[in-house]
Design a protein around this ligand. Structure first.
Ligand code: SF4
Ligand code: SF4
Ligand code: SF4
Length: 276
């Protein structure tokens, strides 16, 4: 009788353990899935390929983050101590896919190193050296598109009429990625609004502007390109832009060629009305 009680106790204990482990596994998995789902706003290192492909290509080796952490400029010239680098490898709770590199501009922005040490060390192609190289094949950090800075007009004090150009001055592409537009302040009648305007063909998404913004929560912030940018659609044409008009003409010509080539097929023959 005692043996049968022991067996039953053992059975219940084992069952509870398995249930516990399964539940724990479930919790860990759901946590992991949440990290994956929560990654839409993540900012990747320079040269990162499209996020969807990046997640498949990145082997989570951490070489880019290591290269970034070991930059010479991370060493304080006076104390010889190392300062925090830009790239971090995601761990549980970072709301990014665990083990992948990312950065948070308000913590440490990307300093747009001229030699881009983080990119050539990537062994998997997740960071594409060509995308950050110029026509001469030299590394050119200005070609990187880590994201796009967006200004929230309602919280940017320059849009209130208060003079502020902290973001403009912090931008390494001074006067190109952000320009200041002057507008008369009709409310006071005697002042000028000096408004920061971001240019998406130049902004690299380094986040130096976000880190420098004077408001309590930055009024300028970097978003991944897919989120920051809209898409007008192919059917809208810029009437004043010859290249855009040519795009429509080319598309029409392509359609005609496709139609003509269909006529040469069996289906084209059947539809030509030449059957007697
Ligand atoms: S460019 Fe420099 S600061 Fe920016 S991520 Fe690469 S190593 Fe770090
Ligand atoms: S993210 Fe900001 S600082 Fe960096 S290039 Fe763009 S506008 Fe300039
Ligand atoms: S630093 Fe911030 S508040 Fe100042 S102009 Fe730039 S976005 Fe506006």
């Amino acid at each position: 009788m005692a043996t049968s009680d022991n067996n039953r106790r053992k059975f219940i204990a084992t069952t509870l353990q398995s249930v516990g482990l399964t539940a724990l596994g479930g919790l860990l998995w759901s946590g992991y899935s949440d990290e994956v789902k929560a990654s839409a706003l993540v900012l990747r290192p320079p040269g990162a390929i499209k996020e969807e492909d990046f997640l498949k290509a990145c082997i989570k080796c951490g070489l880019c983050a290591e290269a970034c952490q070991n930059r010479e400029t991370n060493i304080d010239r006076h104390t010889g101590l190392s300062k925090a680098g830009t790239l971090q490898m995601a761990k549980g709770g970072d709301h990014q896919l665990i083990g992948t590199p990312f950065f948070v501009p308000t913590e440490v922005p990307c300093y747009m190193c001229e030699d881009i040490p983080c990119v050539p060390v990537c062994p998997s192609g997740a960071l594409d050296q060509l995308s950050v190289s110029n026509e001469a094949g030299e590394l050119d950090i200005n070609k990187s598109r880590m994201g796009l800075a967006v200004v929230h007009k309602e919280s940017c004090i320059a849009f209130w009429g208060i003079q502020c150009d902290a973001c403009y001055r912090a931008c390494p592409l001074l006067g190109e990625a952000i320009t200041i537009e002057m507008h008369r302040n009709e409310r006071t009648g005697k002042h000028t609004f000096m408004l920061p305007i971001v240019h998406d063909t130049v902004c690299t998404g380094c986040g130096l502007c976000e880190a420098a913004c004077v408001t309590e929560k930055p009024a300028i912030f970097v978003l991944p390109n897919e989120i920051a940018k809209g898409v007008a659609g192919d059917h809208y044409v810029k009437g004043w832009d010859k290249a855009d008009e040519a795009r429509i003409e080319n598309a029409k010509a392509e359609e005609t060629v496709t139609e003509l080539s269909k006529e040469g097929t069996a289906a084209g023959y059947l539809n030509s009305g030449d059957l007697y």
